[in-house]
Design a protein around this ligand. Structure first.
Ligand SMILES: NC(=O)c1ccc[n+]([C@@H]2O[C@H](COP(=O)([O-])OP(=O)(O)OC[C@H]3O[C@@H](n4cnc5c(N)ncnc54)[C@H](O)[C@@H]3O)[C@@H](O)[C@H]2O)c1
Length: 389
């Protein structure tokens, strides 16, 4: 019998369905059906900075039919020939060093600027690009200080331009699904959020010297994740930090950090961070509440493959080694979202006040780590909504 009574109709007579979570299949289906939003002409862009972050964005820009790349600005001209040949760029793409950046600002055909240059250069590029009517995709943080970040957003508001802060983790499918499920109430009232972020590979000391410090360079992602998942802003910040790597200590930064954020709902976020994780880019997020727990574990290349099973246990592939590999999809999706905002007026996912709020939390956490004090945050003076969308 083998339960033949459940045979049912032929699958050929049914409309096929597939799980929504398979976003890559959706992308494929849209490509097959040529379902793109074709009415808007491509944006014309320039990119500043082709280091670790800029190189990720460059490959996504070049492969995106919604963008025509016109300028690449970087201060390592010795790489220009190699890059042109590697990416098969024709003469429509001009390479410049930053001393010639005014060519980009004054070119009226350029309507978007991507910024992946060092943090200390952002403020100047943002302000000049906005003054020349360009929309901006800017790597986090927008500027080195809260004051300069505010000035950037004020300039964007005055000129009605988009200034998008690239918080890439928001566009990671696993983190977004976790956030959506928490917001739908699957775990009920949240008690604890735990976030682990351990960097890999170890950034160069030259990079760390101009990074703005680990709280503003790395932990901003964890503060943003905590607030974004919970939908609120912390009222208390505590952090402790060590510099175990002598070169990091010598520049008065930290490589090992733990933090606690307390939220008005009573939820507590616990974070641990490291500048260097030898086994790969360790990224985990867990939310525990009244009705259960939801977790995002580390992802791996070919994660379903068990490499070896023996008497000592099971060996798996290592986790993704770096941020470009772990967040490959997120980087692509954040650019798509930015283009939706520019071309179709979609509401930006990352708002000005969220970027400012995260910057304020980072400043408080660094103060807590440096002084040993608990920092209470009063949001009333900042004109910041209490609900973090
Ligand atoms: N979201 C993320 O995952 C992520 C990851 C890494 C870095 N970042 C951010 O990206 C930014 C760059 O970091 P990085 O690690 O790529 O740095 P990097 O040092 O690897 O690269 C910086 C590049 O910018 C170029 N440059 C320097 N001054 C310039 C200028 N005025 N105009 C144009 N180019 C200039 C340099 O020649 C270099 O190629 C930082 O703000 C950092 O916080 C974000």
């Amino acid at each position: 019998m083998a339960t033949k009574k459940f045979t049912g109709p032929s699958p050929y007579t049914l409309k096929p369905t597939y799980p929504e979570v398979d976003f890559m299949h959706t992308e494929y289906v849209n490509n097959v059906a040529a379902n793109s939003k074709t009415e808007a002409p491509p944006v014309v862009g320039a990119i500043f900075g082709l280091g670790r972050a800029g190189s990720i964005h460059l490959s996504n820009i070049i492969n995106n039919p919604r963008i025509i790349l016109k300028y690449i600005v970087d201060d390592r001209p010795e790489r220009f020939n190699g890059l042109r040949s590697h990416w098969k760029l024709n003469d429509n793409v001009t390479f410049l060093t930053s001393k010639d950046k005014d060519i980009v600002y004054s070119d009226k055909s350029v309507n978007v600027v991507f910024i992946g240059s060092p943090t200390y250069t952002h403020h100047e590029i943002v302000v000049n690009s906005i003054a020349n009517n360009k929309d901006i995709f800017c790597e986090k943080p927008i500027a080195e200080s809260i004051e300069d970040t505010k000035k950037c957003y004020e300039a964007a508001k005055a000129k009605r331009r988009i200034l998008f802060a690239a918080f890439n983790r928001r566009f990671d499918p696993a983190y977004r699904a976790l956030k959506d499920r928490v917001r739908k109430g699957e775990v009920g009232h949240v008690q604890i959020l735990k976030v682990t972020a351990r960097d890999s590979p170890l950034p160069s000391i030259d990079y760390l010297k101009t990074s703005g410090g680990v709280f503003h360079d790395c932990l901003v992602h964890d503060f943003d994740m905590s607030c974004w998942v919970l939908g609120e802003l912390p009222i208390r910040v505590q952090a402790t930090a060590s510099a175990l790597i002598p070169e990091v200590k010598a520049i008065d930064d930290f490589d090992t950090i733990a933090f606690l954020l307390t939220f008005p709902s009573g939820a507590i976020a616990i974070g641990d961070n490291s500048r260097y994780s030898v086994y790969g880019y360790d990224q985990r997020l867990e939310v525990f509440g009244k009705n259960g727990m939801i977790k995002v574990e580390n992802e791996r290349p070919s994660h379903s493959t068990e490499l070896y099973i023996g008497q000592s246990g099971v060996t798996l592939n290592p986790i993704y080694y770096s941020f470009p590999s772990r967040y490959n999809v997120a980087y692509r999706r954040e650019i798509e979202h930015f283009l939706d905002v520019v071309q179709y007026g979609v509401t930006p996912d990352v708002t000005s006040w969220q970027t400012l709020a995260v910057s304020k939390i980072a400043t408080a956490a660094e103060e807590s780590a440096r002084t040993g004090k608990t920092i209470d945050i009063d949001w009333s003076e900042d004109d910041i909504p209490a609900v973090y969308s």
